[in-house]
Design a protein. Structure first.
Length: 468
């Protein structure tokens, strides 16, 4: 089962893999035509089409229904068809085309290809009038992908729905009739791997937002090392959050504060994280949208105990990285399901006593009630039920600190209200694309701070590519 957003992501990823909208639309039209002719051959069909790709699927079906009595009815002006592919299929369809205000009568099957996924709010008057027409129709109604108006307060109620690739969230026999799933030739990597389409998930700021509305992150780290928490926080800032607070032992306070004036650095008494800091950190977490713990903490037994205590009490969305992972035991269970663990293969082995592969990652994520981002040549991202892979990146990203950058990006996205699984997938993709840009400029001499520098470029280029 997939969401409307998933559908957009997969379509864009498919396009990047060389299977474009025209191919998918033609395949969808052929699948729809096959369904209609197998069930209702010899009947009179009227296919109602809208301006988007859903209408394109309907027009493509008409192109494949040679020898059948088919009429196309476009709602509105065909000159307003949104995509080139949909316009081409509408023009190619060799059948009668009638206006919505006089569609004719005597049809046996009404094919509903007007509005697809992602519709919300109040319907435009012409679509509302169309739905009223379908409710007066005495024959069989077949919806394409989802019924028009699906997800709003008023929708077509079909006898059948031919849905593309997979069932969409919220579909059932009550609102969609009998559901048939059509294989439209979506490349497997379009949904098993991250890709350009995943940038649709990026949480862009609302034009009316204010400081703090787009992410407040708390980073807990440092003591033995100060570079790691500073890089993680800067990576989160470059991902587009508003505020980053870095809580570090006072021995490295000045070094972290000197990295950038945009970081709000809070000193913790002493040289390492201890039990005495947990209450203070929990208070800071309450003022944050998400928390990242682990970078640069070291492995002092007192620190490990403080990490376990904090993690067991913190209710905020949480990313646990580096020495934070080393502090967890194999019996770890996440308090909040919006928790991400970001181990490399050795950390995963220490944490789970198992090899780092898909099967073990999924089993461990399910057992812990958390999302695991298992870093490697191909990152594995899983919540125990779902799994995706990320192949963006470059060999140059073996340099120290890139793991802290990835953790900061994921934590930043979570502070911007992304769910843990989607943040893990998108964060891995953005980190890899930023690394690719850095490598293109600096080759094997790139370092982790170079990856941070290119995060905004990776995001901006990804959004531009999708036209958003």
């Amino acid at each position: 089962m997939i969401s409307a957003l998933d559908s957009k992501v997969m379509d864009a990823n498919s396009e990047a893999l060389g299977v474009g909208t025209d191919i998918l639309m033609d395949n969808a039209g052929k699948a729809l035509a096959d369904f209609l002719t197998e069930r209702f051959s010899g009947r009179r069909f009227i296919i109602f089409c809208g301006r988007g790709n859903n209408g394109g699927d309907g027009s493509a079906a008409a192109c494949h229904m040679k020898g059948e009595d088919v009429t196309l009815c476009f709602i509105g002006n065909p000159e307003n068809i949104r995509s080139h592919s949909a316009a081409a299929f509408y023009a190619k369809a060799d059948c009668p085309k009638v206006p919505f205000d006089s569609p004719g009568t005597g049809y046996d099957v009404l094919v509903d290809a007007v509005l697809g996924t992602g519709i919300s709010g109040e319907l435009r008057p012409e679509y509302s009038a169309y739905i009223d027409l379908t409710r007066r129709f005495k024959g069989t109604i077949v919806s394409v992908d989802v019924p028009t108006g699906f997800g709003t307060g008023k929708q077509v109620i079909p006898d059948f729905t031919v849905t593309m690739h997979d069932i969409k969230e919220g579909m059932d026999t009550g609102n969609c009739g009998e559901i048939a799933i059509a294989d439209i030739g979506m490349p497997e990597r379009a949904y098993t791997h991250t890709g350009p389409g995943d940038m649709y998930r990026y949480p862009r700021p609302d034009s009316r937002s204010h400081k703090g509305a787009n992410g407040r992150l708390l980073v807990i780290g440092g003591g033995p090392f100060y570079g790691a928490p500073a890089m993680a926080a800067m990576a989160a800032m470059r991902t587009g959050i508003d505020l980053a607070t870095v809580a570090v032992p006072e021995n490295c306070y000045h070094e972290v504060a000197a990295v950038s004036p945009v970081l709000m650095v809070r000193p913790l008494k002493g040289n390492i994280l201890r039990h005495e800091h947990v209450k203070e950190l929990l208070d800071m977490a309450e003022c944050s949208d998400a928390v990242l713990i682990g970078p640069g903490l070291g492995r002092d037994p007192e620190t490990s105990e403080a990490v376990r205590e904090f993690v067991s009490l913190c209710s905020r969305p949480l990313v646990i990285d580096a020495d934070g992972l080393n502090a967890l035991g194999m019996d770890f269970t996440a308090r909040n399901p919006e928790t991400v663990l970001t181990p490399h293969h050795m950390e995963f082995m220490r944490l789970t006593n198992s090899e780092g592969n898909t099967e073990n990652a999924m089993a461990s994520a399910a057992h812990m009630g958390a999302v695991i981002v298992l870093k490697g040549k191909d990152d594995i991202i899983t919540d125990g039920k779902r799994v995706r892979y990320n192949s963006s990146g470059t060999v140059g990203m073996t340099t120290g600190g890139t793991g802290d950058v990835l953790a900061g990006i994921i934590a930043g996205l979570m502070s911007k209200k992304m769910g843990a699984y989607d943040a893990g997938c998108l964060g891995a993709y953005i980190s890899g694309k930023a690394g690719e840009r850095a490598f293109a400029k600096l080759s094997y001499g790139m370092i982790a701070t170079d990856v941070i520098k290119y995060i905004p470029k990776a995001i901006g280029n990804g959004l531009d590519r999708l036209g958003i």
